[in-house]
Write a protein that binds this ligand. Structure first.
Ligand code: FMN
Length: 364
């Protein structure tokens, strides 16, 4: 019998054995030579910890708030489509797991269950993620999310064409002649539900298939703010100049992210972008990080750089593949325990008070 994984690397290994090869590749792949994919994770190992000794660590505070919402620790589920690749219950299982562990979860437009059905399985905060399709579609999705009680709108801006696989799929997917299984259809965009004229089975609403409709420009943020009262988080920034623009547009949060290296290769590893974004933002909005986080110590490092929280993407697919909802719960628990362990050893007692002196690194 297969041994239960004890860390996220083992979850990855086991998920690879369980999932069909083409599904595994679709989830796991980065773009091009996968240099950024590799570096996203490796770079955490180039940051070393300088612990504080003889600190009273009898109480460790992992709980915090993210945009005013409580979470048991500063980890969020990154919004991503296609959880049904790994488990029939897909997003429903992931969101129940997030509820169980009391963490905030992102839900993608591309999910395989509707905005409404997903919100019905939890009373914990959900963030709703959109790509810009057209203003009409965006508004319709945002209104539905608002009505269903989502707390934040995440606008992903690192896909200059909606559906980043539109021009040229990732190479592993070309090699596998990958076609999305029908159970990963973007149900939120189907006509009967959304009134947009798409029909079940339309190629356009398969994952990765949406055609670009309108460009997204900085001046459009004003429009997004005018149609919703929910906080707006921009996902996919990597530079100080964009971070400054985001702040001047009045966004509430920024996710420093290179989309798990799925968009274009040789983008900066996301952790490497974090210091300049933190500096540029200068406390005017919250900053989060995703990309390559696989250990509790990685979370501690991101917090020490000044992130308010982190997101994970691929690891919850691994959890789903290995154990469905329980697998995702376990992935979250492992990261929580590892974070607490790392905090104790480093003499850090509060996730809201992690000093940058903890860090030793040489990248800039
Ligand atoms: C299979 C897959 C699908 C994704 N779909 C989306 C999506 O629909 N919207 C989005 O903003 N990000 C999407 N992402 C990116 C994640 O939100 C996140 O930025 C990334 O996975 C973080 O890197 P990590 O996988 O190394 O943790 C997807 C990632 C994966 C692996």
């Amino acid at each position: 019998m297969e041994r239960y994984p004890i860390n996220l690397h083992e979850y990855e290994e086991l998920a690879k054995k369980i999932l069909p090869h083409n599904i595994w590749d679709y989830i796991e792949a980065g773009r091009g030579d996968e240099i950024t994919l590799k570096r996203n994770n490796e770079i955490f190992n180039e940051v070393f910890l300088r612990p504080n000794k003889m600190v009273d660590i009898s109480t460790i505070k992992l709980q915090t708030t993210i945009l005013g919402e409580k979470t048991s620790f500063p980890l969020m589920i990154a919004p991503a489509g296609g959880h049904t690749f790994c488990d029939e219950e897909g997003e429903l299982a992931t969101i129940r797991a997030a509820k169980n562990e009391d963490v905030i979860a992102g839900v993608g437009t591309n999910s395989s269950f509707t905005i409404e059905d997903i919100s019905n399985v939890t009373d914990k905060p959900l963030w709703f993620q959109i790509y810009h399709l057209t203003k009409e579609i965006d508004e319709m999705l945002i209104i539905r999310a608002e009505k269903s009680g989502y707390k934040v709108i995440v606008l992903t801006v690192d896909g200059p064409v909606p559906g980043m696989d539109h021009l040229r799929p990732k190479e592993r997917d070309i090699r596998n002649a990958f076609v999305n299984p029908v159970n990963t259809e973007r149900v939120n965009l189907i006509g009967e539900i959304a009134g947009m004229g798409y029909k079940k089975g339309d190629k356009e609403i398969q994952l990765g298939g949406l055609n670009p409709r309108e460009q997204l420009l900085w001046e459009d943020i004003e429009w997004f703010k005018s149609i919703t009262n929910l906080p707006i988080v921009i996902k996919g920034l990597q530079s100080s100049h964009d971070a400054k623009k985001a702040v001047s547009c009045g966004v509430d949060g920024i996710v420093v992210s290179n989309h798990g290296a799925r968009g274009v290769d040789t983008l900066l590893p996301s952790l490497q972008s974090l210091p300049e974004v933190i500096e540029a933002v200068d406390g005017k909005c919250e900053v989060y990080l995703d990309g390559g986080i696989r250990r509790g110590a990685d979370i501690l490092k991101a917090l020490a750089f000044g992130a308010k929280g982190v997101m994970i993407g691929r690891p919850f697919y691994w959890g789903l593949a290995v154990g469905g909802e329980n697998g995702v719960i376990d992935v979250i628990k492992i990261l929580k325990e590892e974070l607490e362990q790392a905090m104790k050893y480093c003499g850090v007692t509060d996730v809201d008070n992690v000093d940058s002196n903890l860090l030793s690194y040489s990248f800039s």
